[in-house]
Design a protein around this ligand. Structure first.
Ligand code: G6P
Ligand code: MN
Length: 441
């Protein structure tokens, strides 16, 4: 098995230690020769890197090289894989997105509604630059992107790099949901085979099978309707906000029993309830800054001081393991099936070819080979078309510097709907994002 050279872009992230533990856990499926960290924030990255050194020394002694840098050439030279996990503007800007929306009575969320538009227009320029830089130094590397908002980022990258077939956008949410399915069904996630369609953070599981082909969908639905639904992955299982979100799946399934919804559908189907349960002065960004961010910072400090992982709470998570298993299937032509984001081109036959859709695909060393979904029913088609138009208009607005298109995008979004509200939020977001957004005229 050829050992891989991997660069993690945005390595200062709170998700990196989970990724490292996942790389350790998956080392037989995806063995590394060399691991490189890249970030623009040297201090934040150094703390995570020094903690990572402690983990690697104990748990990955065979790794030939580990280094961290803020120099692009050093980071991107001759890698086999790049994992991109950046957050332009950081959690501080996420906080603004959420608060501006909520104060106007609209869902305030990282990737849904106005928050998604704001974050999307911040992410696009950095993502384009990064892909160009990676390509300069590693023309053949696989680029796995899970930078959010993945739907909007994927659409922008599709337009700018139409011929680059080695960029793959992925989200861990379907996998995190499948971890809960697996728990209910008494299986491991890797034993389940999903049928799924939608856009990123906007989709439905239509079937869940096991590897023998047994249809477990009804058993799963019955369980959720009778016993509820909870997050099970280590990273989110004890998080109150995620517990509430998973519980809402039961409500959605009762209202629309046909398919099993992605958790993110709650923002589009129950926007009013989602606004009411939030505190506009203390949003999810605040929770993450006071929770995960502090926890990871402390964890790094402890690891660095003690120079051992003993006693430290460190676990692999589905986020990391999923990305790594996709990477392994790309590297070694495993042909495993994962839900990924790809250009539609007929997969969902009654949606436009140029939509970036989220569907199961067989992952080979020539990239994802998605399975045909066929025609989807009117309700889902209608919902998706509205959301897709919003996503396309956000990306149009970005590339064309077009205020009207941004206004249309927000008005179309199910979390907003009212044009005057859309205008007010847009104007506030423009003001808040002056440093990041192109000028909209
Ligand atoms: C899931 C989604 C990610 C998202 C994350 C946010 O994993 O798939 O796209 O970034 O949740 O979680 P947070 O805990 O930061 O609200
Ligand atoms: Mn996601």
């Amino acid at each position: 098995m050829k050992k891989q050279r991997l660069v993690i872009v945005g390595a200062g992230s709170t998700y990196t230690l989970g990724m490292i533990m996942s790389l350790v856990k998956e080392k037989e499926n995806f063995p590394l020769k060399s691991l490189i960290f890249y970030d623009i924030d040297a201090e934040r990255q150094e703390r995570v890197a020094k903690a990572t050194e402690v983990i690697l020394k104990e748990k990955y002694p065979e790794l030939e090289e580990f280094k961290y840098t803020t120099d692009k050439e050093e980071a991107f030279k001759d890698v086999d894989f790049a994992f991109i996990q950046i957050r332009t503007g950081g959690l501080k800007m996420r906080e603004k997105d959420e608060k501006i929306s909520l104060k106007n009575g609209v869902v305030g969320q990282e990737t849904c509604g106005p928050g998604g538009m704001a974050y999307g227009m911040r992410s696009i320029p950095d993502m384009i630059e990064l892909i160009k830089d990676i390509r300069k130094h590693s023309p053949n590397a696989w680029i796995l992107n899970y930078t959010n908002p993945a739907a909007i980022v994927a659409e922008a990258l599709r337009r700018v790099f139409p011929n680059d077939k080695k960029i793959l956008n992925i989200c861990d949410m379907p996998a995190a949901i499948m971890v809960s399915y697996a728990k209910i069904l008494g299986k491991e996630i890797w034993d389940l085979v999903p049928e799924y369609f939608g856009l990123n953070h906007f989709g439905w599981f239509t079937k869940i099978y096991d590897k023998e082909g047994n249809d477990l969908t009804d058993e799963l639905k019955d369980h959720i309707l009778n016993k509820g639904f909870l997050p099970e992955d280590a990273e989110i299982a004890n998080d109150q906000s995620w517990i509430k979100t998973f519980k809402q799946v039961e409500v959605m399934l009762r209202d629309f029993p046909e398919y099993l919804p992605n958790t993110y559908m709650q923002y589009y189907l129950y926007p009013q309830k989602m606004v009411e349960k939030e505190d506009p002065n203390y949003t999810r960004a605040n929770q993450v800054m006071d929770g995960r961010e502090k926890r990871v910072k402390e964890l790094c400090k402890t690891l660095i001081e003690n120079q051992t992982t003993e006693g430290a709470h460190l676990e692999p998570d589905i986020h990391g393991r999923y990305m790594i298993r996709v990477a392994a299937s790309l590297a070694y032509n495993n042909g495993d099936i994962f839900i990924v984001i790809v250009e539609n081109n007929g997969i969902i036959s009654n949606l436009p070819d140029d939509a970036m859709v989220e569907v199961p695909a067989m992952i080979t060393n020539h990239g994802p080979k998605p399975f045909a979904v066929g025609k989807i029913p009117t309700f889902y088609k209608g919902l998706i078309e509205g959301q897709l138009a919003y996503e396309k208009l956000v990306v149009d607005a970005f590339f064309e510097n077009d205020y009207d298109k941004a206004l249309k995008a927000l008005t179309l979004n199910r979390t907003v709907v009212n044009a005057p509200v859309a205008r007010k939020i847009l104007d506030e977001l423009i003001e808040a994002n002056k440093e990041y957004w192109p000028e909209l005229n």
